[in-house]
Design a binder for this molecule. Structure first.
Ligand SMILES: NC(=O)c1ccc[n+]([C@@H]2O[C@H](COP(=O)([O-])OP(=O)(O)OC[C@H]3O[C@@H](n4cnc5c(N)ncnc54)[C@H](O)[C@@H]3O)[C@@H](O)[C@H]2O)c1
Length: 348
């Protein structure tokens, strides 16, 4: 077997633990260095996943200079994705970066450019796509069962779910609220199943009605600096299709309204997630088909995401979640914030 690909982790917080689990499962790659500005985060992660103590860094530039790496895995807060990703490319590495790819389309363009110049892959960690349920929907689309998808709805609503860890509510580190934390997952899944049509306009509203109230959310109101706790957008695409997206960290809804939900309607059939459901007419009746897909199989989620990245690198395949797709998602997210601010539709 060829030598293992050498991975450097940048940002050893919450989500990095899931990534470490994925790297651990992959036999063709190993994490050989960890960088985090917080000593406890890098030492705890190294201890938990048996990474050598002399391969821990507080500065990713130093890590890239001292350790020979094939891949950097960027798990820092959103505003700190671009710089380490570009530095990783400049050091000749492939780059896996957490979602959202960045905090603006311009940053995403810089990342794509750096990857192209280095001739290395950029993959955005849109983990939802790698669920068995999402792949089941993709199978139906690929089999031509759905036809032209002309309308859809993506939502990820939390009634009371403002993150209390990390820097999610800090605008400087996160760039945005539930749009970047939750909305990006369902938006990516919807766009992926629609084959990423070109977006032309977004009309959106962003609200901050509940999350900055300390009595409700149990945090210092001054700390909540992201612009929204709820956002709703309507996207028009060049091919005539439209998609609505709703996301919240705080909203007066029941639990039944929560979770990752995607509805896509084609001229042959409809799709719903999750569970994966195909809705089509048979013998004059509308039939809902829900296959008995295994809910927790090896290779699902983070393991599947990392396996797909390693396989693409090994076999010279395209990135499983390329920067160009993330750029479309990011342009829409930029459009949601821009439209929310001006209160009217914005062209993309
Ligand atoms: N896929 C998912 O479901 C999912 C879930 C949660 C978070 N995320 C994404 O993962 C990213 C990180 O979120 P998290 O929950 O792990 O946050 P976190 O705060 O738990 O961890 C981030 C870590 O990055 C470190 N860090 C910050 N700046 C750094 C720098 N310049 N160099 C090195 N380390 C640095 C911090 O010290 C911290 O330990 C975000 O982009 C978030 O959107 C994805």
């Amino acid at each position: 077997m060829a030598r293992k690909l050498r991975v450097g982790l940048i940002g050893a917080g919450g989500i990095a633990q899931q990534h470490m689990g994925g790297w651990e499962e992959n036999e063709q790659a190993e994490v050989v260095a960890i960088c985090d500005i917080k000593r406890k985060a890098r030492e705890d992660t190294a201890g938990r996943w048996s990474v050598a103590k002399d391969a821990l860094f507080d500065d990713y530039e130093k890590m890239l200079e001292k350790v020979e790496l094939d891949i950097v895995d960027v798990c820092t807060p959103n505003a700190y994705h671009k710089a380490p990703a570009v530095a990783g490319f400049e050091a000749g590495c492939h780059v896996l970066v957490e979602k959202p790819v960045a905090i603006s389309a311009d940053e995403c363009r810089e990342m794509i450019k750096a990857g192209k110049e280095a001739d290395r892959l950029l993959m955005v960690a849109q983990v939802l796509r790698f669920s068995v349920q999402a792949q089941t929907l993709r199978t139906w689309v690929d089999a031509g069962l759905v036809g032209d998808i002309y309308w859809g709805q993506c939502s990820c609503l939390r009634p009371r779910g403002v993150p209390r860890w990390g820097q999610f509510i800090d605008a400087e580190a996160s760039g945005g609220g539930p749009c970047y934390d939750l909305g990006v997952h369902v938006l990516d899944l919807g766009l992926y199943l629609m084959d990423f049509p070109e977006p032309v306009a977004v009309s959106a509203a962003t609200y901050l009605k509940l999350a900055d109230k300390p009595s409700l959310m149990k945090h210092d109101p001054g700390k909540y600096t992201v612009p929204e706790d709820m956002a709703a957008g309507f996207i028009r695409f060049a091919n005539g299709a439209t998609l609505s997206v709703q996301t919240s960290w705080a909203l007066n809804v029941t639990e039944a309204a929560t979770g990752h939900k995607v509805i896509l309607c084609g001229d042959k059939a409809g799709l719903q997630y999750s569970p994966p459901t195909l809705i089509r007419e048979e013998n004059g009746m509308l039939i809902n088909s829900v296959p008995q897909v295994p809910l927790d199989v090896p290779g699902d989620g983070f393991v599947g995401e990392i396996d797909a990245f390693v396989e693409a690198i090994r076999k010279g395949k395209p990135s499983p979640v390329p920067g160009e797709q993330a750029l479309i998602t990011q342009r829409i997210l930029d459009g949601i914030y821009a439209s929310g601010e001006v209160g009217e539709e914005v062209a993309l």
